[in-house]
Design a protein around this ligand. Sequence first.
Ligand code: IPE
Ligand code: MG
Length: 222
Amino acid sequence: MDGNGRWAQSRGLPRLAGHRAGTENLRVIIEACVEFGVKYLTIYAFSTENWERPPTEVRGLMRILEDMIDRQLDELNTKGVQIRHIGRLERIRPSLQKKILRAVELTRHNTRLVLNVAFNYGGRDEIVHAIQRIIQDGVKPEEVTPELVSRYLYTAGIPDPDLIIRTSGELRVSNFLIWQGAYAEWYITPTYWPDFDKEEFRKALEEYKRRDRRFGRIHTPT
Ligand code: IPE
Ligand code: MG
């Protein structure tokens, strides 16, 4: 969900106004996922590196997630959205931690759409966390396989992403799903996240449909 800051700046608004607009847009995209039959949506809301932003922006981003849970949890639950959190709870203020856990608990049996909220998430951090737990569990070296590693990630039980969309035109991974995204198709658009609407989303899915996914293999002639 990149480009909130530039979206705001281009309108002469404070960056936080961009984050708020981005949150509103998230509703639109969640709605579109339900309509288009997308089963898993992972949103990159706050990275382990975002702590380095000015304290006012960090506080603002925390407050936005808290407000979003306060105002949208019931609606999301009614829609059948299962909320999951990927990332570390540590360092997040206790009141927000509680709300995140409550949202996850309340929606855990919903099946229409799994919404993974990557918040205080970093791909490297996730892999380090997995390695620590693999060692703690006394797993033998020969038992370590890609499947086992996947089971130790925050995304355990969730399929790898088919499509990763990055808004605002940046051409980098930025520590997002670096294990799970090994064979994801990428779609990059110059549109800032708050303007990435249902039609833009439809375009991304249409383009995805045209991609030829080979997973490192070649097509065998029939
Ligand atoms: C949103 O956009 C990403 C978050 C960390 C929430 P940015 O805040 O990165 O916006 P730009 O890149 O400055 O435009
Ligand atoms: Mg950015």
